[in-house]
Unconditional design. Structure first.
Length: 377
């Protein structure tokens, strides 16, 4: 019977937000809650999850308490809890200035805690680590064994969990690296690559930008171009570039590659309606001279416009997901398509181009930059 009761009481008290876990036995003198009062008593027996607490000498001077319960506490614990509350309040006065820094490191102590942001600059990191060192010293010298409050504990927040504050401060050197990696990943993103992948997935014919094609079919070359851009930025956070930094875009590129394999073989070159031998020869020469298209074969070419179209409100905007623009001056333009085969690409692709005509003759406005994969026929 006593063993059963002990187990039941332990289960009950584990759920209590007490200063320290308390275990009671049959025969123990305790305080039991009766309405708003706490009165002394002795645990007399337990039967079928009902604890009988003797509170006087009379036959009926007892209280039955359903287990598990929060209505038991050790005699004198109220005073002890009062002293601990005073200590917690003093801790908050002394350590409250470190709260925002603790919040920033809390998710790396336990991912159930909501992030409070992160330091950004080297100076902010230095300040954060210094503050945690100060907090650690305070915890160990003035507040050893400080406990969490029994009030104001909200899920996901570290606010009143003072014991956790001290644990975070003590483990600051261990937590610094994952915190730095997370901060760097949040600030350093592959936005252009991700946008290009989204463009290709969302395009009706899965038109794939050149940068995405490189990621899909010449990944090592793509990484050689990207690493020098991002490695120094991670160094600013005092860490090496994570080995998995490219993992998400590599995964998406693999998915896009499978999609291209499914759809490209069902598409064929649709010849544009018009031809202009001079313009077509001009475009062929530009492909041949472009180092980004080294080894290209132009298999077919045609124009969407029969005559030169007057330029109205067009201006140089730079490159985007579909085109590479050249800063030129021109008054008229023609637009067309070329069927090209590039090295290290499994299919041919249709690429769009624009030629301008100005006072100095023909000028290149845009050339390729993206392509729609299809059969080479």
């Amino acid at each position: 019977m006593k063993h059963t009761f002990l187990g039941l009481l332990m289960l009950a008290l584990l759920a209590l937000p007490t200063v320290a876990q308390q275990v009671f036995h049959v025969g123990d003198a305790i305080e039991v809650q009766d309405g708003t009062r706490w009165i002394p008593g002795v645990i007399e027996s337990v039967d079928n999850n009902i604890a009988k607490v003797r509170i006087g000498k009379g036959k009926y001077d007892y209280i039955n308490v359903q287990l598990p319960t929060t209505r038991f506490r050790a005699i004198g614990s109220a005073a002890q809890e009062g002293r601990e509350i005073e200590r917690q309040n003093a801790f908050l006065r002394d350590a409250g200035k470190y709260f925002q820094t603790v919040q920033k490191f809390a998710p790396f102590y336990d991912d159930k805690y909501i992030s409070g942001g992160a330091p950004n600059t080297p100076a902010e990191w230095q300040t954060a680590m210094s503050e945690l060192a100060e907090l650690d010293a305070l915890c160990k010298s003035k507040y050893p064994g400080i406990t969490n409050t029994t009030y104001g504990l909200r899920e996901g927040l570290v606010d009143n969990r003072y014991a956790v504050w001290c644990e975070i401060a003590a483990r600051r050197n261990e937590l610094e690296r994952p915190a730095r990696i997370s901060a760097a990943k949040n600030q350093i993103t592959l936005t252009n690559t991700e946008d290009n992948l989204k463009f290709a997935f969302n395009h009706q014919k899965n038109r794939v930008p050149d940068e995405t094609q490189l990621l899909m079919y010449e990944r090592d070359k793509w990484k050689q171009q990207q690493i020098p851009k991002y490695k120094p930025r991670f160094a600013e956070y005092g860490i090496e570039m994570p080995a998995d930094f490219f993992a998400s875009v590599e995964k998406k590129a693999g998915e896009l590659q499978k999609l291209i394999e499914q759809t490209a073989q069902n598409r064929s070159w649709e010849p544009p309606p018009f031809h202009d031998p001079a313009v077509e020869a001009f475009i062929r020469s530009k492909y041949a001279a472009d180092p980004d298209y080294r080894g290209v074969r132009v298999l077919n070419i045609g124009l969407d416009y029969k005559v030169w179209t007057e330029r109205k409100g067009l201006s140089y905007l730079g490159s985007d997901s579909s085109f590479r623009y050249y800063k030129v001056e021109y008054n008229y333009y023609k637009r067309g398509w070329a069927l090209v085969k590039l090295p290290n690409r499994p299919y041919c692709q249709a690429q769009e181009w624009i030629v301008g005509r100005g006072a100095q003759g023909m000028v290149l406005v845009s050339l390729g930059g993206s392509g729609i994969f299809m059969k080479c026929e």
